[in-house]
Design a protein around this ligand. Structure first.
Ligand SMILES: Nc1ncnc2c1ncn2[C@@H]1O[C@H](COP(=O)(O)OP(=O)(O)OP(=O)(O)O)[C@@H](O)[C@H]1O
Length: 340
């Protein structure tokens, strides 16, 4: 488990002082993938550097399994850092070393015997699905495969925390999906706490259990993905929803956004809504996602001439959260860009 307590990083002095991370408080449990998203300059890279103590926090703490890393000497830190495996956007592999030799590096630094190293490297390459590429050099591997070698190397010292800093950025969608699947396997099989820093919201939806949005060094919104998706008032929830194909509402209709958990609504909710309101309801766009085993639906509907409060009440009686689509509000795709 990794916990940040009031983590603060300030660069510069006096008038030139910049608060880059401002009292961050959150924990990533064992067996949890926690994503941090935010616009450029929000402080994501600084956060990654403070978490593995490459940068010392100005104040506040980073705790791994209860041990406060921020108070350790450099020498103690070198040992403590073994508990944090890190993967970056650039795979950081040595081009003159084979995949196996790259994975072996942290073990060599520690003076692990050659026989033990060979066995551990074979196990790690098997873990990331690359047993057949052990003798390949980085330039002979795809971007996704290189990233897998990087993950195997990050796991070499059996960390309890994996820090992923834009590790899927720049990968094609298939490679991203395969890295996402691997990270989930590692979460489940090894009980790793994974801190996943990214600017890609669609990857967050695929990989994370929880997410926090960082802006100007502050966490402005956070929560479990499933809760955010269910909450129509959540900005992160809206940004996380896949962009929907979307019709325009008829000229005499107002546009509403509804969200629901399938288990709690009748399958014919649209018909019932129209019946109970005694008006025309048209479906403009919809998407359904399965998150944490729950099926969460979202729909944009056009409603002709219904009273606002009455509509909300009727929708609620059917298990739907309804709210008017604010005029001129960005579509999810545009919100995604803002978050990115
Ligand atoms: N060594 C430094 N000295 C002074 N300011 C810094 C230093 N490193 C980062 N900053 C400032 O901290 C802020 C956050 O930078 P950071 O690189 O952490 O953001 P980011 O969210 O990772 O951005 P991006 O997504 O563009 O990489 C920026 O305003 C940056 O200029």
């Amino acid at each position: 488990m990794i916990s940040l307590e009031q983590l603060t990083k300030v660069y510069g002095h006096g008038d030139a002082q910049t608060v880059v991370l401002d009292r961050l408080d959150f924990s990533v449990d064992a067996g949890e993938i926690f994503a941090v998203v935010g616009p450029s300059g929000a402080g994501k890279s600084t956060l990654a550097q403070c978490v593995n103590l490459l940068e010392r926090p100005t104040s506040g703490s980073v705790l791994v399994n209860g041990e406060n890393l921020s108070q350790l000497s450099e020498k103690q830190l070198r040992v403590a850092r073994r508990r944090i495996g890190t993967i970056f956007q650039s795979d950081g592999l040595y081009s003159r070393r084979t995949a196996a030799a790259n994975v072996a590096l942290p073990l060599e630094y520690l003076g692990v015997t050659a026989a033990e190293t060979r066995a551990r490297v074979a196990e790690l390459l098997d873990r990331v699905g690359l047993s057949n590429k052990a003798g390949h050099y980085p330039h002979q591997l795809s971007g996704g495969q290189r990233q897998r070698v990087g993950i195997a190397r990050a796991l070499a010292l059996r960390p309890s925390v994996l820090l992923s800093d834009e590790a899927t950025s720049g990968l094609d969608p298939d490679s991203t999906r395969s890295i996402v699947a691997l990270l989930k396997e590692l979460r489940d099989d090894l009980g790793l706490s994974i801190l996943f820093i990214t600017h890609e919201m669609d990857t967050v939806l695929q990989v994370a259990d929880s997410v926090a949005r960082l802006d100007h060094g502050r966490i402005v919104e956070s929560g479990r993905i499933v809760e955010l998706l269910r909450n129509p008032a959540s900005g992160l929830g809206r940004a996380l929803r896949p962009a929907r194909a979307h019709e325009s509402a008829p000229a005499d209709a107002t546009e509403w956004f509804v969200s629901y958990t399938s288990a709690h609504v009748p399958a014919d909710w649209l018909t019932r809504l129209a019946d109970q309101l005694g008006t025309t309801v048209s479906l403009l766009g919809a998407s359904i996602e399965t998150v944490d085993g729950a099926t969460v639906g979202h729909a944009s509907i056009g409603v002709t001439g219904a009273d606002r409060e009455h509509l909300i009440t009727v929708a609620r009686s059917l298990g739907l959260d309804a709210r008017p689509e604010p005029a001129g509000e960005s579509r999810p795709a545009e919100i995604l860009e803002k978050v990115a």
